[in-house]
Write a protein that binds this ligand. Structure first.
Ligand code: PEP
Length: 239
């Protein structure tokens, strides 16, 4: 899953998507390949990707269904553009826009209500990791979501993204990531949702993806920077 963040233009998106389509074609493989774009480009994604193997989504949504919420975008609006996926609680939203765990829960519920798969992002900062707080932080971030009915919980995806690894070129090692994924898996299993997919995110690139994917509890990747280069993203998808 690519997270373009606030990057792209109509012209550069077209070039990137044409390369993805040319390589991946229209047949879905056993893996889902998804790009999450800024809102204004969702129409372009819908138009270009409708008959391709590439799916698309948004990077955020409002917890509210409609009304006086200037600048916000609802789950139903994402449905108008056939988004199957939406990121929720990315660390940049938590850190820069003050999103709380309660916001993340409300947004997760809004996405599920609309039939869109929320990709719930969690992860510790460098100082939290240094203080040995990783599991506590993850538990805190996931706690309220784990209380969802297990049928609903089974429909989410979790992305483990250590904040210290995002955009730094300093990926977690496969073993480091696996240890946290195993912990998340255990939490999900305790809540009758053992098959929820758990993505790793944080400086995933063409060179390190295959080793990460060898780990038993790493089910895929959330890819920032490398998703903007077709060759890199395609080689991660191939891995
Ligand atoms: C992200 O933005 O979710 C991310 C993981 O970024 P990067 O791959 O650039 O570290």
């Amino acid at each position: 899953m690519g997270n373009w963040k606030m990057n792209g233009s109509l012209a550069s998106n077209q070039q990137l998507l044409e390369q993805l389509i040319a390589s991946l074609g229209s047949a879905h493989s056993h893996s889902d390949v998804v790009v999450c774009a800024p809102y204004p480009y969702l129409a372009q994604l819908q138009q270009m990707l409708a008959n391709s193997a590439v799916e698309w989504g948004a990077q955020n949504l409002s917890a509210e269904p409609q009304g006086a919420f200037t600048g916000e975008v609802s789950a139903q609006m994402l449905n108008d553009f056939a988004c199957k996926w939406v990121l929720v609680g990315h660390s940049e939203r938590r850190a820069l826009y003050g999103e709380t765990d309660a916001d993340v829960l409300a947004k997760t519920q809004a996405a599920l209500d609309a039939g869109i798969t929320p990709v719930v992002c969690v992860g510790e900062t460098e100082s939290e990791q240094a203080a040995g707080q990783t599991e506590n932080v993850i538990l805190q971030q996931l706690q309220s979501i784990l209380k969802l009915d297990s049928a609903l919980l089974s429909r989410i995806v979790v992305a483990y993204e250590p904040v210290w690894a995002i955009g730094t070129g300093k990926s977690a090692t496969p073993e480091q990531a696996q240890a946290v994924h195993a912990y998340i898996r255990q939490l999900l299993a305790q809540h009758n949702a053992p098959k929820v997919r758990i993505l790793y995110g944080g400086s995933v690139n063409a060179a390190n993806a295959a080793d990460l994917f060898l780990m038993p509890d790493i089910d895929g990747a959330l890819v920032g920077g490398a998703s903007l280069q077709a060759a890199d993203f395609l080689s991660i998808a191939a891995a």
